[in-house]
Design a protein around this ligand. Structure first.
Ligand SMILES: [Zn+2]
Length: 139
């Protein structure tokens, strides 16, 4: 199956350009460049042999060795073998999670800080935002 550049870009962006199985960084321009550094393929998360479709939500970028070793196995099993429990997040999702965590941190920090007076609330909120940010996955 051949993909247009636009389709490839959309698939690649789903994980911010990381293999959805081992989370290794992939090189967009090395799509299907077998033997090239960070080369990748489009993986059918649910294999076509198992009734998976060509719809965007079933397609993930995967490095060639992961895709080949996965064959018709499940994405979950392949990720588990690589010590991963999910696909990397898209940039938009990372951003959304960071905002959530920062907000949660600010609220938690503010509550903790307020026990130490008005200045404490500000310090607590700043610390909370920092912790929230630190706890945000980058991919
Ligand atoms: Zn991989």
């Amino acid at each position: 199956m051949a993909y247009t550049d636009e389709q490839l870009q959309r698939i690649y962006d789903r994980t911010s350009g990381y293999c959805h199985i081992c989370h290794k960084k992939l090189s967009f321009v090395n799509y299907a460049q077998y033997g090239a550094r960070s080369a990748w393929e489009v993986d059918h998360s649910k294999a076509k042999a198992r009734g998976g479709t060509n719809h965007g939500n079933n397609l993930y970028p995967a490095c060639i060795s992961c895709n080949r070793s996965k064959r018709a196995g499940s994405s979950r099993a392949a990720r588990t073998r690589n010590g991963q429990c999910r696909a990397p997040y898209s940039r938009a999702k990372v951003r959304a999670k960071r905002n959530d965590n920062q907000l949660g941190g600010v609220i938690t920090g503010g509550i903790i800080g307020s026990r130490f007076g008005p200045g404490g609330a500000v310090v607590g909120a700043l610390l909370g935002a920092w912790f929230g940010d630190k706890n945000t996955p980058k991919k």
